[in-house]
Design a protein around this ligand. Structure first.
Ligand code: N01
Length: 544
């Protein structure tokens, strides 16, 4: 990749690029495309072997998108007019095919360096630039550094005793290998988040025996998957302009909105009607299209849980598993953890070849040579053990890189007692550094590709402003960071999210500072906050 025309001050100072982007998922690719179009010199560095970000990495059986494919793509007609997914909820292979497709249109790979893991970056105050080091040993300099490193990247593996003694196959979902055979095997899956639910659906159908180690039941929702024939695909295409207009206006950057009414204010009949309609729609509708007070009011939430429980119990044919999968009392407020979308999860979990071990009652004590021993002394033997135990979300990928400011302070140290930043994009003390789809942005509460565009455009506006004004350095103020974080916690306190330990609030990683790492004000307010900053000439929460 060779630098194109760029910021004169950067080239005069001998700086290689205007912008280095780290990560080739939706956010990074969007930055690359738009910055290049606007004449910035830019290169994208990607640790993985190809485009796709998390979708290039995730290959476990059953891995698929929990968003409608219609929204799981970029929104400009130049791209969507020639693209179709074959199913309503595409699988990982189709998302990779989508990245191939956009590359065929946009020639993205030209400016990407793959198998190039960024290991360290340092800010140099004398030149207002970052030096970036990579694992193959390259050293590059850039005026601005953008981390588009995603949330679901650094695997979390609990500290189980004696894993090294186990002689079978032990694999985290994020490290799946095609040679791992499940058919006819004795398989264990630990964890029942989105990865666990998808793995279990696949493994349960082919394994001789599947044992699921469940700590918390997933309050999963019906996906209502559909194969799309020619007419189905054409119908989706016709709907796209209207849906893409809608995504800019809704809380979650999706094509529907919460019901504006409160569940506690309507009659039981109205509640039942609304719940039934959302349930039949499938997808996340029952979560992000539910009554406005569902995630704020315990009584409203209990109504939703009751409906969920009664629906799900209809699919659990083994009475011994009913309390485990859909307990009488909610394990946490409905929706306070991200629900998964399921296709036949409850049927599979009900099968006679599937056992559920409630880790809360009988914790995993240790791994043995042949399997897992639980605290009740029982040893179970497995050919394959799958860790579906999730990720060090939101901050894990950035913290894995040694990012240091001009004083030598590392970002990881700065954030060790909690993240603070401004607009979910900048943090004081680290000039010329931005992150997209990162901590305290709308990330976990919004549709990924749409957020990549909407937040991405705002960041590109900033770079254009800085170039036009010949400004070589910006950063957020400490006051702006503190206020942004305080605003997030203030909203968090009013919600039921705080009552669940999840990757939304860092509660999934033992010892990690507990705080909401998503911006909970919704996409429209989030964008408003950026545009207010922009309209002030970037002089409110940023210093130039
Ligand atoms: O991870 P998770 P994930 N002993 O953190 C359990 C995206 N994603 O990889 O709930 C036993 O949600 C833990 O138990 P508990 C998506 O945004 C998307 O599944 O903490 N169990 C939980 O059940 C998703 O939300 C897609 O009590 C232990 C599980 O491991 C996010 O990534 C597909 C344990 C971890 O669940 C993360 O999903 C996949 C222990 N010591 C991922 N420690 C799609 O779009 C943890 N657990 C479809």
């Amino acid at each position: 990749a060779s630098p194109a025309s760029h910021d004169d001050s950067a080239s005069a100072a001998g700086i290689d690029y205007d912008v280095i982007i780290v990560g080739a998922g939706f956010s990074g690719v969007y930055q690359l495309r738009r910055l290049r179009e606007r004449g910035f010199s830019v290169v994208l560095l990607e640790a993985g072997s190809d485009l796709g970000g998390v979708w290039n990495a995730i290959r476990y059986p059953g891995a698929r998108v929990d968003s409608h494919g219609a929204l799981y793509q970029f929104t400009d007609e130049e791209l969507w007019s020639d693209w179709d997914y074959s199913q309503m909820f595409p699988d990982h292979t189709e998302v990779r095919a989508y990245f191939d497709y956009i590359d065929s249109k946009l020639d993205l790979r030209r400016d990407c360096r793959f198998n190039t893991k960024v290991t360290a970056s340092r800010f140099d105050s004398s030149t207002d630039s970052w030096t970036v080091e990579t694992e193959p040993g390259d050293v590059l300099t850039t005026r601005f550094l953008v981390f588009a490193t995603g949330s679901t990247v650094e695997p979390y593996e609990p500290n189980f005793a004696n894993t090294d003694r186990y002689t079978g196959t032990l694999v985290h979902t994020s490290r799946w290998r095609d040679d791992i055979e499940l058919s006819g095997k004795r398989v264990a899956v630990i964890g029942t988040g989105a990865s666990g639910v998808q793995m279990i659906q696949e493994a349960g159908s082919v394994a001789e025996k599947l044992t699921v180690f469940q700590r918390t039941p997933n309050l999963a929702l019906p996906m209502r998957q559909k194969d799309l024939d020619v007419e189905g695909r054409a119908k989706i295409k016709r709907s796209l302009p209207e849906r893409y207009d809608m995504v800019t206006k809704t809380f979650g950057a999706v094509d529907y909105e919460f019901d504006p009414r409160n569940a506690v204010d309507v009659t039981p009949e109205v509640r039942e009607d609304v719940y039934s309609k959302l349930w039949d729609e499938g997808g996340f509708s029952f979560w992000m299209g539910n009554f406005a007070d569902t995630l704020f009011d315990a009584k409203s939430n209990a109504f939703a849980y009751e409906f969920w429980k009664n629906e799900v119990r209809r699919y659990i044919t083994d009475p011994a598993k009913i309390e485990l999968l859909a307990p009488s009392e909610p394990p946490h407020p409905f929706g306070a953890k991200r629900p998964s979308l399921q296709q036949n999860y409850y049927e599979v979990m009900s099968q006679s070849n599937v056992d559920i071990v409630a880790v809360g009652d009988t914790p995993i004590q240790e791994f043995t040579e042949r399997g897992i021993r639980t605290a009740d002394g029982v040893e179970r033997e497995f050919d394959v053990i799958v860790l579906a135990t999730g990720y060090d979300n939101n901050t894990g990928a950035m913290n894995a890189i040694d990012i240091r400011n001009a004083d030598g302070q590392s970002l990881k140290d700065k954030w060790s007692d909690g993240v603070d930043n401004y607009l979910g994009a900048f943090t004081n003390g680290f000039p010329n550094l931005a992150f997209v789809y990162g901590p305290q942005s709308t990330a976990g509460f919004s549709n990924g590709p749409t957020a990549a565009e909407l937040q991405g455009d705002l960041l590109i506006d900033l770079f254009e402003f800085l170039r036009a004004e010949s400004v070589t350095r910006f950063e957020s103020t400490e006051e702006a960071d503190v206020a942004w974080t305080a605003e997030i916690e203030e909203i968090h306190d009013q919600t039921l999210f705080k009552l669940a330990s999840s990757w939304f609030n860092a509660g999934n990683i033992p010892g990690k500072h507990r705080q909401l790492l998503q911006y909970p004000g919704g996409m429209p307010t989030y964008r408003e906050r950026w545009t207010t900053e922009r309209d002030s000439g970037y002089s409110t929460g940023l210093t130039l």
